[in-house]
Every structure is written in C-alpha cells, then in structure tokens.
Design a binder for this molecule. Structure first.
Ligand code: ATP
Length: 416
C-alpha cells in the first residue's frame, strides 16, 4: 500500500491553467474521492497522477518516490474508465489477462532495451540517481558466487515449460480476481455478452489484477443506471477495502462520493474547498460552495440588521440564528438542510412559504416551496407524513428552522 502526495502542482492545457498550487495528501489504503462539478479539474488532477498530464510546476509522489516526470508505463498505477474500455474481440479471461501479459512484455522490453535508447535517459538526473547505487551494487555482486543457474531455457521442452508456468501463474491470478466479483463462470464470454454492470466489474478486475500501487477510477459508474450504480459502488468499495488498495476516485455525484469514500476532496475551479471524511464535509461544511454542493439544502440570503436579527431578501425577519459577533450591515447566507425545517413542531424561527410541489414517499413527504422573493425552499417532513401529504400545491405554510442546524456564511466562508 502506497500513499500519494500532490505538492503544489499546477496543470494547464496550453495557456489555460486548470489547477495551480494544488496540495493534497492521500493516506495509503484509503479510497479518496475528488468531487466537484463538471470542468473543475478532477480528471486533470487524476491524469497528473497517472502520467498523462505533466504538471508545469510542483511534484507528485507515490510513497517517497517523486513520479512527476515518470512515463505512465513506469508508474505502477491502473485506471478504470467510464466506458469500461474492454477489448470487444477478447474473452473476459483474455481481457483480464491482458494487463498481466503487458507487464510481462514490458519487463522483457526493459531487459532487451538497446544501448542507444539509454542516451535519452542519461540526460535525466533521476537516471543517475538510480543508476549509481545500482552500478556499485553490481560491481560488488560479481565477487559473490551465484548458486543459481542463470542460463535461459534452450530446448523446446524447457521453453514450453517456462511458457506454461507463466500461463498457469496468470490463469490463477485472473481467476482469483474474477472470483472477487463472482464472475469466474463468465470467463469464456465476450464483453458484449455481459451487462453494463458486469462489464464494469471486469474493468475493475483488469485494473486490480496487476496489483497497482494506486487504483485510479475516472467516473467509473456514470454509464450505469441509478439502481445498478448503487449496487456496484457498494461492491467496488468492499472489494477495494478487502484488498486494501490506495484508490483515487473521481466523480461529480455527491451521493456516490459519500457512499464510497474514506475521504473526500471537494474541488471548485481547481481549488480544494474542503478535504475530510464524508461526515465532515456533509455535517461541517467550511464554505458556502461545499454546503450547497453536498446534500440538498435551501439558501436564504439577507443582511444583519441588529443583535440576533437579519432581514432576508424576501423581506422576512429571521431571529435567533445570527449571533452578536457579526456586525450590522453584513451580508449573510444561511444554508439549511430540508430535514431541519419542521412543520410538526414550532421553533423560534418561523418562515412562510408557498408549496410548489409535494411528493408523498411513504415514510416522508418531500416539498418544494418559494418565499416571497422566489427563493426556493426544500422541506422534508419525516414525522406524520400521511397528515402533511394531504396539503396541496399553492397552500401557504409556516415552516420552522432549527436555529442550531443552520449554517451561516459570510463572504462564502462558514462563520458558525
Ligand atoms: P468532468 O467531470 O466534466 O470530466 P473535470 O472536473 O474532470 O470535468 P477536467 O476534465 O479536468 O474537468 O477539465 C478541466 C478543464 O480543462 C475544463 O475546462 C476542460 O474544458 C479543460 N480541458 C480538459 N481536457 C483538455 C484538453 N485536452 N485540452 C484543453 N482543455 C482541456
């Protein structure tokens, strides 16, 4: 298991800077999600770790190793994509085996690299940093007598035995990972003979079979329907946790992020707004963006007009939420979750709205409403659902805010 560190990285496409001064430490063995709206730079940050995007400044570390300029094939990472990216003409077994074979041939290629290919790498400082201790080691090693025969297999029988041994090794590994997703009996099928969910499980197998230091997931569930997404995310999480692999997961779906992650970095325009556990980002948002982006909420905006008092843009006065330390005249944003607006018991913070939509979901009633200035209110009634389900669109209702559950922001930053 390996940790990941982004140190002050900046990434750009030509002149367009996507992220700058980006710092993030991802502990080993955790599933960490980069969460944010489309275009905020999540994939770019992920690609900088995979080696497909080279930062123009800063460093990326895998464990203690600086991998900033290392080519993708020399980083021990594996990626799962949104579109599965399975070979359509290869069976499931061969698709999963493919990565293992590729690594074998990469090892071969490293051994057989011609002398002139080294010239390029000799111009890089890290070539010498790696090479000098290696050269010293091999110089002394020649004085030690080796007990093992280094002769490669020469006869047909020996060569076949060597190939069979490699195949048996790959076959065992492939079936071990297929068993993890309970698809070992589908090994001879083609990808087109599997459902979308099964194909994504195979994509996961193909990534983890090579035992990467870090597993990278780029919106892997976006092509699946909502029910399947929920099922597969639970399965992916339990498999990753079972094998204990460090994982960086990218999504714009906040529910998926909350369900699958150990830690979430919420991004907005290339900047980390908050980094914490799912409970921290949901229950203790530090910026207005995080409060609005994670979970459902209503935002009331207004101005402080005195001790313990603010006037909303809708003209209503809100009391008992504003504390004394916010000066009169300050613009404030109040964010409240739908379940913290009550209809069945009164608090000291009433607010009137008109019902726009109403849905009875058996154990709860979900309402949307508007204040006088058009501000949208989301209200979830969890008690006495049947009673409130009888209300109608257009009814005027008084909801009661729970003051201690309201997040208060000044200039986008949380005050309390
Ligand atoms: P999404 O969720 O839509 O994939 P994202 O948060 O992953 O978005 P990125 O794909 O990292 O965002 O893109 C960040 C910004 O960089 C976007 O404005 C995008 O248009 C731009 N961008 C991404 N790839 C390229 C590219 N190859 N060339 C130029 N601009 C790019």
């Amino acid at each position: 298991m390996v940790s990941v560190k982004y140190q002050n990285i900046g990434c750009a496409y030509d002149d367009f800077i996507v992220v700058q001064g980006f710092d993030l430490e991802i502990p080993h063995g955790t599933i960490t999600t980069l969460l944010g709206p489309s275009g905020c730079g999540k994939t770019t940050v992920l690609r900088a770790l995979a080696g497909f995007v080279e930062p123009f400044e800063g460093n990326v570390f895998l464990g203690d190793k600086d991998i900033t300029v290392l080519p993708p094939q020399n980083r021990n990472t594996a990626m799962i994509f949104q579109n599965y990216a399975l070979w359509p003409h290869l069976t499931i077994f061969k698709n999963v085996e493919y990565g293992l074979k590729l690594r074998e041939s990469e090892e071969q290629a490293t051994l057989e690299a011609p002398w002139y290919s080294k010239i390029f790498w000799m111009t890089k400082p890290y070539y010498w940093i790696k090479k000098i201790p290696y050269k010293i080691g091999t110089f002394f090693a020649r004085f030690k007598k080796s007990t093992e025969s280094k002769e490669p297999p020469t006869t047909y029988v020996e060569k076949k035995a060597a190939i069979d041994k490699k195949y048996d090794y790959r076959r065992k590994k492939v079936f071990d990972v297929l068993k993890l997703v309970h698809l070992e009996d589908q090994a001879d099928k083609l990808p087109t003979q599997l459902s979308g969910g099964q194909q994504q499980r195979i994509a996961l197998c193909r990534a983890i079979v090579v035992e990467p230091d870090v597993l990278l997931c780029d919106e892997p569930l976006s092509n699946l329907d909502a029910k399947l997404r929920r099922e597969i995310r639970t399965e992916i999480r339990s498999i990753i946790k079972k094998i204990g692999m460090t994982t960086v997961y990218v999504t714009h779906d906040q529910e998926e992020a909350l369900a699958i992650s150990d830690r979430i970095a919420v991004l907005h325009e290339g900047i980390i707004q908050q980094y914490g556990t799912p409970t921290e980002v949901f229950s203790d948002p530090q910026t207005l963006f995080v409060a609005q982006f994670i979970g459902s909420s209503s935002t009331l905006t207004g101005k402080v007009v005195g001790k313990n008092e603010a006037i909303l843009e809708s003209g209503e006065t809100i009391k008992y939420i504003i504390k004394e330390d916010i000066p009169t005249g300050t613009s404030v944003s109040l964010v409240i979750r739908p379940e913290n607006i009550l209809l069945d018991s009164k608090t000291e913070c009433p607010i009137e709205y008109q019902i726009n939509t109403i849905e009875y979901l058996g154990t709860e009633v979900k309402m949307t409403g508007t204040l006088k200035d058009g501000t949208i209110m989301l209200v979830d009634v969890l008690e006495d659902a049947e009673k409130y389900a009888k209300m109608n669109v257009g009814d005027n209702v008084t909801g009661y805010l729970i003051p201690e559950e309201v997040f208060v922001f000044v200039d986008g930053k949380r005050v309390y």
